[in-house]
Design a protein around this ligand. Structure first.
Ligand code: UDX
Length: 441
């Protein structure tokens, strides 16, 4: 099928490349000329493992194109995916300006029946809003509105696209559902479940999924606080509850709080949507408060590890991105952590395998280093903030020699407390107060 994907950000690019790989003929459109020029030269603007290969393969085979010509893309496509940004406004609600602009442009240039699919995470009711914009333009042709939310994780987006747990299709007519099944034909034949529902339910599924996952994280982070106070081990508690199949073991990793482009934005957006419908979504409001609180607590954790006062101390940060396998710094827990430590008088040295460029736009007053060992040089504590694989197997005697004081603060519970002790470190992690005890597996 001929498809236009509007917006070549993270979601748009992965969607466009993935749909082309499914055998569709895809044009990815963006108003940013430099982005399209770069993509046409084979340069990928974001770091996402495997994306470059699938883009180059499909471009070479003639199924994937990049263009700035939106009217032509609208005319030549049967299905139009809207994947433009929906940034948060100061009050937490999603800014729909770009989605509305695209809807008006579709209304202006459509020359036949179109399937208009929202891929961006949009507030409930946006599908209807797009429909109204197009109907109000008084067209002879029909636009069928579909909500097809994405559940892509940064760092494993290609795998998530190619082998999703489910495909959600919110539509108001059978033809639209049929066309969506054609677009996703390879997944249909892999027997991936398709959840077919109305537009509003599909829009809510996206928010409910992210809200629920964020709830699991804030929940386990509060259990970690209790573990520290009561003498428990959060890893054991997570395993102990996660083996109950009704709970499930995923998303129970305690840490410095959730970040990224989705969870913070979507949880505050769903709280805002609820408020607009005169309901206070109490659980989500609490999840957000807990997350802010957990991020702040990490400052005290680092300060505590160096004797309570970081003034005049040097802190070495391993990892800056909000999670591994991405260069994304959006809402990274390292932002309030670094700012907080600097405000208390600490000097920060840092290294991240991919996120240093993006970090430089946020922090100028950080010394960026070329690897973990250089970062540790002369520091009073080493903080593991993002669990990149290359930090899992460090040479700890080199690290100890490089540090001024042998202190490790592990915000991701990656290292074995006993081993750290044996290596001569003062070791602090999250929710593992009982760290001397050997854990049974
Ligand atoms: C998330 C959703 O998983 C995805 O389905 C959605 O489409 C977009 O948002 P992403 O933001 O890429 O994906 O990352 P994810 O792996 O879900 O992690 C989000 C944050 O939660 C990270 O900061 C991560 O460190 C944190 N997290 C995750 C935890 O602290 N503990 C966990 O157990 C899992």
């Amino acid at each position: 099928m001929n498809i236009a994907v509007i917006g070549t950000g993270y979601v748009g690019l992965v969607t466009g490349a993935g749909l082309a790989d499914f055998g569709n003929d895809v044009v990815c459109v963006d108003i940013a000329v430099h982005k399209i020029e770069a993509l046409n030269r084979g340069e990928i603007p974001i770091y996402e493992p495997g994306l470059d290969k699938i883009v180059s393969r499909n471009a070479a085979e003639g199924r994937l194109h990049f263009s700035t010509d939106l009217p032509e893309a609208i005319r030549s496509s049967r299905a139009i995916f809207i994947a433009v940004g929906t940034p948060p406004k100061p009050d937490g609600s999603a800014d729909l300006r770009y989605v509305e602009d695209v809807a008006r442009t579709i209304a202006k240039y459509m020359d036949g029946p179109k399937l208009v699919i929202t891929k961006s995470t949009v507030p409930i009711g946006t599908g209807r809003l797009i429909e109204k914009i197009i109907i109000d333009a008084g067209h002879e042709h029909k636009a069928s509105i579909v909500s097809n939310p994405e559940f892509l994780r940064e760092g494993s987006a290609i795998e998530d696209f190619m082998k999703p747990d489910r495909v959600v299709i919110g539509a108001s007519d059978d033809e639209a559902v049929q066309l969506m099944k054609e677009i996703y034909a390879p997944l249909h034949s892999l027997e991936i479940p398709f959840v077919v529902t109305n537009v509003e339910s599909a829009e809510l599924i996206k928010y409910a999924a992210n809200g629920f996952l964020a709830t699991k994280i804030s929940f386990i982070n509060e259990i970690a606080v209790l573990c520290e106070r009561l003498g428990g081990d959060v890893q054991d508690v997570a395993r102990g509850i996660g083996l109950d199949s009704r709970i499930g073991s995923k998303f129970l990793q305690a840490g410095p709080g959730f970040g990224g482009s989705c969870f913070p934005k979507d949880t505050s957006a769903v709280a805002d949507i609820a408020r607009r419908y005169e309901y206070e979504f109490q659980i989500i409001e609490a999840v957000l408060r807990v997350n802010d609180d957990i991020k702040q607590r990490m400052i005290g954790k680092v300060a505590g590890a160096v004797g309570g006062d970081v003034k005049g101390k040097t802190i070495a940060m391993l990892g800056l991105a909000f999670k591994p396998e991405t260069d994304d710094m959006r809402d990274s827990p390292t932002i309030p952590l670094i700012r907080g430590l600097q405000a208390l008088g600490a000097t920060i040295r840092a290294y991240d395998p991919e996120a240093m460029e993006n970090s430089k736009a946020i922090f100028e007053d950080v010394t960026y280093c070329e690897d973990a060992y250089k970062t540790a040089e002369g520091a009073d504590a080493l903080v593991l903030a993002t669990e990149w694989n290359e930090f899992r197997a460090l040479n700890f005697s080199r690290i100890r020699k490089a540090l001024r004081q042998p202190v490790i603060v592990d915000l991701r519970n990656v290292y074995d407390p006993q081993r750290m002790k044996a290596e001569g470190f003062t070791y602090v992690s999250v929710g593992r107060s009982n760290e001397a005890r050997k854990r049974g597996v």
